[in-house]
Design a protein around this ligand. Sequence first.
Ligand SMILES: [Ca+2]
Ligand SMILES: [Ca+2]
Length: 372
Amino acid sequence: MKLGLFISIILIAITLLGGCAGKQPVSPTQSPSPAGEQDQVIYGKIYPGEEKTHEVIVGNVTGVSFELKWMVHELGLSLTTPSGQPYTICGYSGGTCGGTESSCIIADPEPGKWIVHVKALQVPQSGKDYLLLVSFGRYINFSLFVYPLMYKPGEPIRITAGSSPRTGGPGLDEGTTEVIKVVSVAADIVTPGNVTERLILYDDGHRGDFQAGDGGYTNVFTDTSSPGIYGISITASGTINGVKFQKRDATLVLVSAPPDLSVDAYDIVFSDDNPYDGESITITATIHNIGKGDAPNAKIWFYYDQRWSGDIAIPFVDVPAGGAVEVKAWWVAKAGDHNIYVDAINQCTIDEQNLSNNEAHRAIHVSTDMEQ
Ligand SMILES: [Ca+2]
Ligand SMILES: [Ca+2]
């Protein structure tokens, strides 16, 4: 290698590492990073009331991020540093179904053994699958894309990974053009039966890849006959502006048969069938799931006469496949003749096919004081 070229590669490497003094730049010929510097994907399952811990060795790196991902319900993430201090400065991004990700990003972390605490904040009896993605070093602009995150059994899952073109941003000086050369991208899929299947992703316009040579690597996973949570992770390697990188990214997807929520007029019961104006009554609705798939975090909308203006309560409940759940709402009765509606809305799994049985109502007469 010519000395001039060698020096410029070293200079780019130093720039990408943020010019951090005392750290050796990674040259394109260097072997993969040792443990404590290589991204990790850890899968786990947690039950109500539990706290799980994972030990992660952090090497002499410029940064580390711990990302906890799950689907529906609530998990909590916190850390203990190698010197035993609690670390709780973690971000949270909630999805439409009650939160999907929490992450702690630490610059210049203390080297040593970090302890990751995963807490079951709101978890069903059947437990909750999660994944913990640990990424070391500088930000790497190469990510996994899987959309949607919910599938029917047998439906193929298109797995794509790539980078978005950019100049400037994390790990890159403003005005610097990023040249990513990918050597390989492999996806590992962990099935609900805990079998890991490997799929190589390609940028060749085949196997679900929309366009050859555009930097987006794709393949299609078809072995989705078993319902449950699938963990999908990628391992990508290559160079960014001549500097070698290896990066992992991961997500969870749900494969489920559709639920079929149903409620009938006789499923709606009032604590008092003839209340007086201003009396607080309890409305109990039994929500059935006559489908083959669970309905986690289903939205049960109680209202009288008119949605929105007559809202009573909107609780969320898990309705397991083949099961039924009693849901209660409290209403301060208003004088006159009313209809009490209950609408069961499936929102955190694949769409149900029969929506004609999701809403029911029952009439109620509320007496004025004069009538009492
Ligand atoms: Ca492509
Ligand atoms: Ca239904």
